[in-house]
Ligand binder design. Structure first.
Ligand SMILES: Cc1ncc(COP(=O)(O)O)c(C=O)c1O
Length: 400
């Protein structure tokens, strides 16, 4: 067993006295008591605006907020905590980049994404392409649901200025070869942005080792509160970039007609930040560190193999994608049963999964599906969750 104790569920109040089987972790994760306590403590003993107040609780709040930045920086091995920009999550992080990098784009330039992107890493680039005249290009996927890199010269060219790819597909579970693509990006002089929403919650991340230029992620998918996430970027790039939003704290000096900018990262953090949530995210990171990211990856990988094996015994069940390097996200349909009916029946057994297009409509189109069912695993799931899920699926099959 990869985890330090039999079940982590007792740390998560939502599972207390409940038979909830929660398998919608790619959407959002449950919160351990340690995170809830950290958030509550901020509101009860350190609630004052950060970077402004000179009274005691203000200093305390600022210190906790900045310590959280340092904790995130250490967690991903950034070269400095100043490379950590607090955002509301992956979506805001990618929008920040699409808006601030667009002044280097124009007709004749390419933005390269893939067919498996979440809308959060597609729509902002469609908008940037409209604004700038740059073309949006796509890396296709092969029959296993992996990036098709068999003909790299076709996609990676000297016109490619930005490559923006997901680390892990939120539909197929595919783990993309970030290191390899970082090497190609360097060769052709493109900026490489990684959507880490489904990566960082499940595996140890070392941004220096990954070799990308930016890594975006959401706190709520890694046990943290909603409304907080980060954008990591290389300092020399962040320094060159214009701010995203204007407002308080992102300035150095303001006159009636113009302003100068604060230093990185504050230049990108206009207005009151979600400082309470940032401290909650830091508590989530402490929790993950206590368990150990290697143990988490191993646990999820064992559970994913177990789930795939059990699901393969259900007649008519089709799993989408069979990537060699995969995470604990499994999308499937059962012949003759609509995905929405499946989710509704599972809910009667208090089993939570997600169905729909999973904010990846182009991918669903290439799978020729309108809606797929998806289970996604996290650290508190265990074999009994998978057993209950599969038993429930078999019962549902009996009805149809
Ligand atoms: C791969 C991927 N990217 C981006 C997002 C957007 O994350 P958020 O809604 O937290 O900004 C998600 C959310 O499911 C995702 O799975």
């Amino acid at each position: 067993m990869a985890l330090p104790k039999d079940s982590l569920k007792s740390d998560f109040p939502i599972f207390n006295d409940s038979d909830l089987v929660y398998l919608d972790n790619a959407s959002t994760t449950q919160k351990p008591k340690q995170v809830l306590d950290a958030v509550m403590a901020m509101y009860t003993d350190s609630n004052a605006n950060v970077h402004r107040a000179i009274y005691d609780i203000g200093s305390k709040a600022t210190e906790k907020f900045e310590n959280s930045r340092k904790n995130i920086s250490d967690f991903i091995n950034a070269t400095s905590e100043k490379e950590i920009i607090f955002t509301s999550g992956t979506t805001e992080s990618i929008n920040l980049l699409a808006h601030t990098l667009d002044n280097s784009l124009g007709p004749g330039d390419d933005i390269l994404v893939s067919e498996m992107e979440h809308h959060a890493n597609l729509v902002p680039w469609q908008m940037a392409s409209e604004r700038t005249g740059a073309s949006l290009k796509f890396i296709p996927i092969n029959s296993r649901g992996e990036l098709d890199l068999s003909d790299p010269e076709k996609y990676f060219t000297r016109s490619t200025k930005i490559i923006a790819l997901t680390h892990v597909s939120n539909v197929l579970g595919t783990i993309n070869p970030i290191n390899d693509i970082a090497g190609i990006a360097k060769e052709i002089g493109a900026l490489f942005i990684v959507d880490g929403a489904q990566g960082i919650p499940h595996q140890s991340i070392d941004v220096q080792d990954l070799g990308c230029d930016f890594y975006a992620f959401s706190g709520h998918k890694m046990l943290g509160p909603t409304g907080i996430g980060s954008l990591w970027g290389k300092m020399e790039l962040l320094e060159e970039m214009d701010p995203f939003m204007g407002g308080g704290e992102m300035i150095e000096n303001v006159s009636m007609l113009s302003s100068t900018w604060n230093e990185v990262p504050y230049k990108f953090e206009a207005g009151t930040p979600n400082f309470v949530q940032a401290v909650g995210l830091s508590a989530a990171i402490d929790y993950l560190n206590d368990i150990g990211m290697t143990n988490i990856t191993k646990h999820e990988s064992e559970l994913t193999s177990y789930a795939l094996e059990k699901m393969s015994q259900i007649e008519g069940l089709r799993v989408f994608g069979s990537p060699k390097n995969r995470a604990g996200v499994i999308s499937f349909n059962i012949d003759g049963i609509h995905a929405h009916d499946l989710a509704q029946f599972l809910n009667e057994d208090n089993i939570a999964i997600r169905v729909g297009h999973h904010c990846a409509q182009p991918l669903l189109s290439s799978l020729k599906e309108n809606s797929v069912a998806r289970l996604s695993i996290y650290i508190y799931n265990d074999k009994s969750d998978i057993d209950m899920f599969c038993t429930s699926l078999s019962t549902i099959k009996g009805y149809f």
